[in-house]
Design a protein around this ligand. Structure first.
Ligand code: HEC
Ligand code: HEC
Length: 277
């Protein structure tokens, strides 16, 4: 494993979940609250083994699936705490698919969505939809969605608030140097404790995290890793804009994104349907 985990500040919340007595976390901790069914509910036998194998693949993605990962990230680099962190959570995700998404303008299955993150966030290649690895990953996502009713995804405008602020990349460079470089490296290439944020081993430009508002929301809720919630909204947006202004792998298929010409405002690249951006 390339990335030893820093000490997790939420041992207490984990303990409460593990005991099956989920107590609501104090308001100040909601950004990092852990969610979903207790591990003790993982069944024994072959189904439980599949769920556990899926979780292991999501945590050791590069070591387990080297042919499908083109960078130094793992799935849980962004879906923190095995996908149980409130921000970027997989809890309930299985129940929201199939889902129509405008980026592909198709009804996507959960397997398609998982492969989207393989191709973009991991700068890699898709898994076979009917293979054992995908089966186990989907088994874990299914487990995390236990007791969540199957229903259409609710439209969300959680990124809208970022539209009211103007990013300042130069100010973002100062936030980076002061609060991020010690873990992610002054050249953005990562260190022994944290993953790259730009350069050849990072997510590619077709990834959700390459959108400034998506990155601002992630950073604001989860970073710095040891002090989540300590940045102002303006600082989070500035550092997201700085990080996403740095070079990273291309994603040639991005030209086919949003074929109906309806990309969100923070998508930085032209497409066939929206040639001038
Ligand atoms: C660089 C960060 C990053 C990495 C690494 C990453 N993802 Fe994602 N993932 C995202 C973002 C951002 C979203 C979109 C969340 C949103 O819509 O707000 C997302 C969405 C998803 C969704 C859909 C969630 C939903 O609610 O619809 C799934 C499933 C998913 N990722 C699985 C994976 C898997 C499996 C891997 C590893 C192969 C992975 N992700 C790696 C950033 C990442
Ligand atoms: C104390 C160390 C630490 C600090 C400080 C820190 N991070 Fe992180 N960051 C991490 C760790 C650990 C991960 C998760 C890596 C993993 O589990 O694979 C992470 C993940 C990320 C990710 C998603 C994964 C990726 O590489 O794309 C982004 C984006 C990110 N951090 C941005 C920032 C920004 C911006 C700052 C400064 C505001 C920051 N971080 C400060 C430790 C840190």
């Amino acid at each position: 494993m390339g990335f030893p985990r820093p000490v997790r500040p939420l041992a207490l919340a984990t303990l409460a979940l593990a005991c099956g007595r989920p107590t609501p976390p104090p308001a100040t901790l909601t950004a990092t609250a852990l969610r979903g069914p207790a591990d003790s509910l993982i069944p024994s036998g072959p189904l439980g083994a599949s769920i556990r194998r899926g979780r292991a693949l999501l945590a050791a993605t590069r070591d387990s699936l080297p042919g499908h990962v083109g960078n130094k990230l793992r799935c849980v680099s962004c879906h923190l705490d095995d996908g149980r962190r409130q921000s970027g959570s997989w809890v309930g995700v299985f129940a929201r698919y199939p889902q129509y998404r405008p980026r592909s303008a198709t009804v996507e299955t959960i397997e398609y969505r998982v492969n989207d993150c393989f191709r973009r966030s991991m700068n890699g290649t898709a898994l076979a939809s009917d293979g054992a690895e995908m089966r186990d990953i989907v088994a874990y996502l299914w487990f995390l969605s236990r007791d969540v009713p199957v229903a259409p995804a609710q439209p969300s405008n959680r990124l809208a608030k970022w539209g009211g602020l103007t990013p300042d990349t130069a100010a973002g460079a100062r936030v980076y140097a002061a609060g991020c470089a010690k873990c992610h490296g002054s050249d953005g290439g990562g260190t022994a404790v944290a993953t790259p944020l730009w350069g050849p081993h990072s997510y590619n430009i077709g990834a959700g995290m390459a959108r400034v508002r998506t990155a601002a929301a992630f950073v604001s809720e989860n970073m710095p890793f040891d002090q989540p919630g300590s940045l102002s909204d303006q600082e989070a947006l500035n550092v997201a804009a700085f990080v996403n202004a740095q070079p990273r792998p291309d994603y040639p298929d991005k030209i086919h994104d949003w074929p109906n010409g309806d990309p969100p405002p923070d998508v930085a690249y032209p497409t066939h349907a929206t040639p001038h951006r």
